[in-house]
Design a protein around this ligand. Structure first.
Ligand SMILES: [Ca+2]
Ligand SMILES: [Ca+2]
Length: 397
C-alpha cells in the first residue's frame, strides 16, 4: 500500500474520531471557568523520582517511582502504602525504569492497574490487579518497544470513553526509529486495554497512532475528545502537539517549526528547551497544564475555538525545582511531582497538592468557533489578582 493510501486511511480515521461526540466529561460547548492554581501543600516529601500518578475512584492515587521501581498508594491527606517493587523492571540509572501508570476506567469491577516499564528486552506495558494492599497477577500486555538509557517516553492515558489506552514512547536516541512505522519507538501508540491492536488504527496491524516523535512524556484529552501531547525537543524547541491519527510530527528532520517540516504536523506551541523540557501534561476545563524539568515551572495554556493554545501563564517558576508530572484530581485540583534526579540525592522528591480556584470570569468554547480575529479574550480581574498567595505572580510569561 502506498504512503498516500495510508494517509487517506488516516484522514478518514481522523474524521471519524473528530466527528465522534465527546463520550465523557463536559462538552466542548460548555461554559468553563479559568482554573487558577492556588495554595500548595505537600502530600509526600521523601519520595524518589515520582513519575506516574493515577487516581483511584476513592480519591487516593497510585504513584510510580522511576528508579526505585516501586508503586505506592498516596492519600490526599498524606497517607502512604507501599505496594511493592514492579517485577521484571530494570533501569540503567538513565531515564528508564518504572514510568507511567494508569487505572482501569472500569476499576470498580476489574481492579486493573496498568504500568509502563523498562524490562531487560525493551519497554513494555504490563497489567496488575490491585487486591487489598498488593498488586498481583502481573501480566505483560504489549512488548517490543525499544529501550534506551534515554528517551523512553512512558506516559499512559486512557481515552475519555475508556476504550483505548494510549502509550507514549521515545526514540531511544536512534533518530531513524521515529520515522519507521515498523518500530514502536518515537511514537504514540493506541491499544485496547488488553494490549491488542485496534482494527481501526491508521496503519493496519500496527499500534502506531502518530509518529515522528522524539520523546513524548505527556498525554491529555480535551473536552472534545482530542489528544494533546508534550514532547522534548533536542537543543532548540520543545513542543505541545495536537495529535492527528496517522500524523507525522516531524522528528528528526523537523524540530519545532525548523528544519524540513514539509508534510509534517507542526506543534501548537514551542518553547526553547531552557524554558521548558516538558514532561507531564493534563487538561482541566480545556486548559492544558504542562510540568517542565529544566524550566522548573508549570505552564497553563487555554485551548481556543480555533484549536490554538493561548493565554499562556507560568506558575511556580523555580519554587519547587524540576517538575516531572502534573495530574488533575477527580475534582479538578492538581497533583505535582518534583524530579530532583540531577542532585545525586535519592529520596528527596515531593508530591504536592495544588488547590485550583476557578476564576471569576467565564469563557465558552462554541461548537462552531469564532471567525478569525473575533475570538474573545478571557477577561482578567484587575486589582487583587496578584495578591499573596496567588502563585501566578511568581513569574511572567
Ligand atoms: Ca514535531
Ligand atoms: Ca534527588
Amino acid at each position: 500500500m502506498t504512503r498516500n493510501a495510508l494517509r487517506a486511511i488516516a484522514a478518514v480515521t481522523a474524521l471519524v474520531v473528530l466527528s465522534a461526540p465527546a463520550a465523557a466529561g463536559r462538552q466542548h460547548t460548555g461554559l468553563f471557568r479559568v482554573p487558577v492554581p492556588g495554595e500548595v501543600r505537600a502530600i509526600a516529601e521523601d519520595v524518589d523520582m515520582p513519575w506516574g500518578i493515577a487516581f483511584l475512584p476513592d480519591g487516593s492515587a497510585l504513584m510510580t517511582e522511576r528508579d526505585a521501581m516501586t508503586v505506592r498508594r498516596l492519600t490526599p491527606s498524606g497517607g502512604r502504602t507501599d505496594l511493592g517493587r514492579v517485577p521484571g523492571a530494570e533501569g540503567t540509572g538513565g531515564e528508564d525504569g518504572v514510568l507511567g501508570i494508569e487505572v482501569s476506567p472500569d476499576f470498580d469491577h476489574d481492579h486493573h492497574v496498568f504500568v509502563y516499564l523498562t524490562a531487560a528486552d525493551g519497554n513494555r506495558l504490563v497489567r496488575a490487579t490491585l487486591e487489598g494492599e498488593s498488586l498481583t497477577g502481573w501480566t505483560t500486555l504489549f512488548s517490543g518497544v525499544p529501550r534506551g538509557r534515554y528517551h523512553n517516553g512512558g506516559r499512559l492515558r486512557f481515552s475519555p470513553d475508556g476504550r483505548h489506552l494510549f502509550v507514549s514512547t521515545g526514540d531511544v536516541q536512534i533518530d531513524a526509529y521515529a520515522q519507521d512505522l515498523d518500530n514502536n519507538a518515537g511514537k504514540i501508540l493506541r491499544l485496547y486495554a488488553d494490549g491488542s491492536i485496534p482494527e481501526d488504527n491508521p496503519f493496519p496491524g500496527k499500534a502506531v497512532w502518530s509518529y515522528g516523535h522524539r520523546n513524548v512524556q505527556g498525554l491529555g484529552f480535551d473536552s472534545a475528545g482530542r489528544l494533546w501531547a508534550s514532547e522534548f525537543g533536542n537543543a532548540d524547541h520543545d513542543e505541545v502537539n495536537l495529535i492527528e491519527p496517522g500524523g507525522n510530527f516531524g522528528w528528526p528532520a523537523c524540530q519545532g517549526t525548523t528544519g524540513d517540516c514539509a508534510g509534517t504536523v507542526l506543534p501548537k506551541r514551542t518553547w526553547s528547551t531552557s524554558a521548558a523540557s516538558p514532561s507531564g501534561l493534563t487538561i482541566v476545563d480545556d486548559h492544558v497544564f504542562v510540568a517542565t524539568l529544566v524550566g522548573q515551572r508549570l505552564y497553563r495554556l487555554r485551548i481556543d475555538p480555533l484549536s490554538n493554545l493561548v493565554d499562556e501563564r507560568a506558575f511556580f517558576q523555580g519554587w519547587y525545582g524540576r517538575l516531572r508530572t502534573v495530574e488533575a484530581t477527580p475534582d479538578g485540583d492538581l497533583w505535582l511531582a518534583t524530579s530532583s534526579d540531577k542532585d545525586g540525592t535519592p529520596g528527596n522528591d515531593r508530591v504536592l497538592h495544588v488547590a485550583v480556584h476557578p476564576d471569576d470570569d467565564w469563557f465558552r468554547l462554541p461548537a462552531t468557533g469564532f471567525p478569525v480575529g473575533t475570538v474573545p479574550a478571557v477577561h482578567r480581574r484587575g486589582s487583587g489578582r496578584c495578591a499573596h498567595p496567588r502563585p501566578e505572580c511568581g513569574s511572567g510569561g
